[in-house]
Write a protein that binds this ligand. Structure first.
Ligand code: HEC
Length: 208
């Protein structure tokens, strides 16, 4: 009896597999995009668009998933560099305490966030980076940023690099996996300045 049931279950699973492999690559792609779009339908509209509608840069990076040819990479970096808007005041440093909150906050880019224009989005930096040592839970997709300012030097040049990196990571690494926080309107100018301070203020826990 048990054997029969297992055999039947096995056949059902096999039938299931056979059904999925019959989809063409295009059909699979269409279904996946529809599912993603539906998932984001109640959340942030711009985010939902970006998930299914790749801009030229994303499309080029998807075309060369292993490694993008050098000539294309430099073309991407040039076009992305041109999108960066530095603060008119020239002051790139905000408040590291606010920066720490922004780094902890993942709100706004998840499909479960139901889009409130009054709630600022977060940067979710800890999802990919180690930063202040008190936070033990962090992702490792990006390099550790612990002691970043101390190691790189508290200079205008490094502050400018960090502001630009957070604004548009693809300006310095064509197919970076890091979100383009300024370019895509995820973080405001003030919020970017606050995370620059988190990395670059000598008093920030990142550098202590
Ligand atoms: C989805 C993952 C992800 C998130 C979220 C993310 N980053 Fe990154 N970040 C990366 C990756 C991957 C790199 C390395 C590739 C590159 O240089 O673009 C990186 C690189 C960097 C660098 C350059 C490091 C160096 O050694 O020069 C800085 C600075 C940085 N991130 C800051 C931030 C800050 C601040 C936030 C939050 C506002 C953030 N990142 C959010 C993935 C992420």
């Amino acid at each position: 009896m048990k054997t029969t049931m297992l055999a039947v279950a096995g056949l059902t699973i096999m039938a299931g597999c056979a059904a999925t492999t019959q989809l063409t690559e295009n059909e699979r792609q269409t279904r996946a995009e529809a599912m993603l779009k539906a998932g984001f339908s109640k959340g942030n509209k711009a985010m939902a668009e970006r998930v299914v509608q790749q801009d030229e840069t994303q499309a080029l990076c998807s075309k060369y998933p292993e490694s993008v040819p050098e000539a294309i990479a430099s073309r991407i970096q040039e076009s992305q560099q041109a999108t960066i808007r530095y603060p008119a005041s020239g002051n790139l440093m905000g408040d590291w305490r606010q920066g720490e909150k922004i780094a902890q906050d993942g709100w706004g880019m998840r499909f479960t966030d139901m889009g409130s224009p009054n709630r600022p989005m977060g940067g979710n930096c800890y999802a990919c980076h180690q930063l202040a040592p008190d936070e033990l839970s962090y992702g490792t997709l990006g390099p550790s940023l612990y002691q970043f300012g101390k190691a790189r030097g508290y200079t205008d040049e490094v502050r400018r690099y960090v502001y630009g990196k957070v604004y548009n990571a693809k300006a310095t690494n064509a197919c970076s996996n890091m979100p383009r926080f300024g370019h895509n309107g995820i973080l405001t100018e003030q919020q970017i300045k606050d995370v620059v301070a988190l990395l670059m203020d000598p008093a920030s826990p990142v550098n202590r």
